[in-house]
Design a protein around this ligand. Structure first.
Ligand code: SF4
Ligand code: SF4
Length: 257
């Protein structure tokens, strides 16, 4: 395979984007950052596809990049999947990679439906469809750039986003993310199926007396609350009223594969 795309996904948006891009690029292997070992063989081109968390890189992506073999002259590209504010996430990635002696040749902003349930449920279906259609169109353009191994400036938001959202909010919040699971709770619908324990990328959920207990090493991917089949997981006070979201073409089996 000429290209490997490493993806990180909580509710399927990034997995879907990675799959679509792989289909366009051809001769491309997909591997989950949750399980892959980047140290084992780096091909001609490497893609990183991941969600934007709090206007910056999720911890898992940072850890993954820090395990990439240093100084390899590989063509690296990235897709930062977000709900409308990529801010300076790709600039952060470029700098992180540079420290490791790696070059991010191109970085693309991908807007997809929001899965950040503390701020509300998903957008109406017609709006989601528009975003998927725009994403498909962009993936075709991006695939051309990547196939030709072109260099392009990483995409970023306006200055205020980069300074306030990435510069301030991200930096103030990053260290607090693991303990943000203290606001999860389960309601009476929970039937102890344990799906939440399997879908959590960080093994952060254990069942105690048949009910989930969060362990304080959360990544805020929101997979647990979005994939619970009974919608029994809640986050704070408002989520009982909100519908759940995962990408409509991604299944629980895809997440666990
Ligand atoms: S996935 Fe939902 S129903 Fe299943 S154990 Fe977790 S909280 Fe309970
Ligand atoms: S506890 Fe939930 S939100 Fe936190 S990392 Fe696990 S699945 Fe993601």
């Amino acid at each position: 395979m000429k290209t490997t795309i490493y993806y990180y996904t909580g509710t399927g948006n990034s997995l879907w984007a990675a799959r679509k891009l792989a289909a366009e690029l051809k001769d491309t292997r997909l591997a989950s950052m949750r399980r892959a070992s980047p140290e084992d063989g780096i091909p001609e081109a490497v893609g990183l596809v991941f969600p934007v968390h709090i206007w910056g890189l999720p911890r898992r992506v940072i850890d993954f990049v820090n395990r990439l073999p240093a100084g390899k002259s590989t063509y690296y590209f990235a897709l930062a999947v977000n709900a409308g504010q990529v801010a300076a996430t790709l600039t952060q990635l470029k700098k992180l990679m540079k420290k490791r002696g790696l070059t991010l040749s191109a970085g693309f902003n991908f807007v997809m439906p929001s899965n950040y349930i503390p701020w509300g449920g998903p957008a109406p279906a017609p709006e989601q469809e528009k975003q998927f259609a725009a994403a498909v169109k962009k993936i075709k353009d991006v695939a051309g750039t990547i196939s030709r191994r072109e260099t392009a400036p990483v995409e970023k938001g306006p200055l205020w986003q980069n300074l306030i959202l990435s510069g301030l909010c991200y930096n103030l919040t990053y260290s607090k993310v693991p303990k943000m699971d203290k606001d999860f709770w389960t309601d009476d619908k929970c039937n102890s199926c344990a799906i939440c324990t399997s879908v959590c990328p960080s093994g952060n959920i254990l069942l105690s007396a048949g009910k989930p207990v969060w362990q304080g090493r959360c990544e805020q991917c929101l997979a647990c609350i979005q994939w619970c089949p009974l919608e029994a997981i809640q986050l704070g006070k408002k989520t009982p009223a909100y519908a759940r979201y995962h990408h409509p073409e991604i299944t629980l089996s895809d997440m666990l594969a």
